[in-house]
Design a protein around this ligand. Structure first.
Ligand code: HEC
Length: 104
């Protein structure tokens, strides 16, 4: 049985994002972590291409690492993001969702 078509998969990524990333990353305001808008802006500058963006972000969130961070100032300000227990596939979907969404 096919559980997800593309529309449902992206909706699912949106639910995961709202349920799990927004706790720390407000959409537009920096609270206990930089806003997702700010994270996205930094990633877009470094990785304008969607495939590169999704690959780098999903790998990084899978294993947050100071050396490979592209937001060194955020680490100084908030401390390194904790590791979350998500599989790579889910993180790729969430990263693609972040690439596609507008956060205003
Ligand atoms: C417990 C709080 C917390 C949660 C939950 C969280 N983050 Fe973070 N995240 C942070 C903090 C703090 C930073 C800034 C410091 C850093 O970059 O490590 C950060 C930074 C980031 C960065 C920038 C990485 C870099 O290059 O430094 C990305 C991308 C990111 N988060 C994505 C996500 C995604 C996607 C989720 C949901 C799956 C998520 N975060 C959930 C706290 C959190």
């Amino acid at each position: 049985m096919v559980l997800y078509n593309i529309g449902l998969a992206s909706n699912y990524a949106g639910l995961l994002f709202d349920g799990n990333c927004v706790t720390c990353h407000h959409k537009t305001k920096a609270i206990s972590a930089p806003s997702i808008k700010e994270v996205k802006e930094n990633y877009l500058r470094a990785f304008p291409n969607k495939d590169d963006f999704v690959l780098y972000m999903s790998n990084w969130v899978h294993a947050p690492n100071e050396e490979t961070s592209i937001m060194q100032n955020a680490i100084l300000k908030y401390g390194l993001m904790p590791m979350l227990s998500y599989d790579k596939k889910t993180l790729e979907e969430i990263s693609a969702y972040i690439y596609d969404m507008k956060f205003d």
